[in-house]
Design a protein around this ligand. Structure first.
Ligand code: SAM
Length: 361
């Protein structure tokens, strides 16, 4: 933890006690999940062969799904809107299409706009125009196993990191919250309860498969104040200026092609007085831990990915993308450049993860 965390008052000491308590509870959940997983793995061949057919799709949701819960395609520009409508139409005729499509929602990087400009995809160098589709492939591939993999890979600690970020959010009843790159909805689920029925939460992600898992999960949990919106963090095109009290992006930013553009878009949609929280892997501040962590990430993660999600490559990307992400100080400066004020960060688990916080004046 940094000084920010060390200097916390007894109130935060109390919060941390609660976090530990939660971790004990969650570990029990994990044990149950691991047992369930053993059954799943035993049937792995069957599961893989019917992967795309045993999934509840948006169009299959029961009649009476709460009002306002729309999976919305961005209509920010006519061309991508047309593409998206076509994708929706196809998805209705063949379910397979929805999960095999390479999500190109509002890809702002094309060979016309960016030429051959390059960026990184993990340790690989790729054209900017290509990165979004490659990231889409990763999350489309892992969506159904994403939650259990998170628990297994982090030993459940990702839940503590998320709870810590939420404890910094200052969220209140009646507020409007946008969870960007929100995937399967861990944060949105908590915010839904915190903002209450006069508030609103938007769970947003670029990837239809991830959002679908989140939507099903939150509807099952009775969250009826949540909207589900497909959107690219880089543009946040479906959202008006100054429209949210709180923005969160958890383990999402490192996947975005142009992070500066994303931070500027976040600043645009945040209300004056509102705050942004970025929870992301960062740079460990303790060298011996850093070495052990590297060893774990580059050996265990791909093996677990192969065994559980039948996808070693995506988890290799995960490890590489973490190393390529800006460190604590660099990200803080990027937030300041995007216009955020009073930016600070809090290291968690010795800087393996950090929560950055910034405000719009
Ligand atoms: N926030 C969730 C959590 O903490 O568990 C999900 C994090 S998951 C590692 C990363 C998410 O970022 C994926 O759901 C992915 O589809 C999404 N994502 C990647 N690039 C994105 C982009 N440009 N705009 C919006 N979401 C994006």
């Amino acid at each position: 933890m940094t000084d920010h965390v060390n200097n916390k008052t007894t109130t935060n000491g109390h919060i941390q006690d609660k976090l530990v308590q939660d971790s004990i509870t969650n570990n029990q959940d994990i044990t149950a999940q691991v047992k369930a997983l053993q059954n799943t793995t035993a049937n792995a061949h069957n599961v893989n062969s019917i992967d795309n057919n045993d999934f509840t799709h948006v169009e299959d949701l029961p009649i009476g799904t709460p009002q306002g819960q729309q999976t919305t395609m961005s209509n920010a520009n006519t061309q991508s809107s047309t593409t998206n409508n076509a994708a929706q139409a196809n998805a209705q005729t063949t379910k397979q299409t929805l999960f095999n499509q390479r999500d190109d929602i509002n890809n702002p990087h094309t060979s016309d706009t960016d030429g051959n400009e390059e960026t990184h995809f993990g340790y690989k160098t790729v054209n900017k125009a290509e990165k979004q589709a490659r990231v889409a492939d990763v999350f489309t591939s892992v969506a159904k196993k994403y939650d259990i993999m998170n628990d297994l890979m982090s030993f459940g600690i990702h839940r503590l990191w998320k709870r810590y970020a939420i404890s910094l959010s200052g969220v209140r009843a009646g507020q409007h919250v946008l969870d960007i790159a929100g995937g399967t909805g861990d944060l949105a689920k908590v915010f839904s309860r915190e903002v209450g029925r006069n508030g609103k939460v938007v769970l947003s992600d670029i990837n239809a498969a991830m959002l679908e898992v989140g939507r099903e999960r939150l509807i099952n949990a009775g969250c009826n104040n949540v909207d589900f919106v497909l959107a690219n963090a880089e543009t946040l095109a479906p959202f008006d200026d100054n429209s949210f009290d709180l923005l969160t992006i958890s383990f999402g930013l490192r996947n975005v092609t142009d992070k500066d553009a994303a931070l500027k878009s976040m600043y645009r949609v945040l209300k004056p007085g509102g705050r942004l929280l970025v929870l992301e892997f960062s740079k460990p501040i303790f060298e011996p831990l850093s070495k052990a962590y590297d060893l774990y990430s580059f050996t265990a993660l791909p093996i677990m990915g192969k065994l559980i999600a039948n996808d070693a490559e995506s988890y290799q990307y995960l490890a590489e993308s973490i190393r390529m992400h800006p460190d604590q100080q660099t990200l803080k400066q990027m937030m300041q450049q995007a216009g955020f004020e009073n930016c600070d960060y809090h290291n968690l688990t010795a800087g393996i993860v950090a929560v950055h916080r910034g405000f719009k004046a």
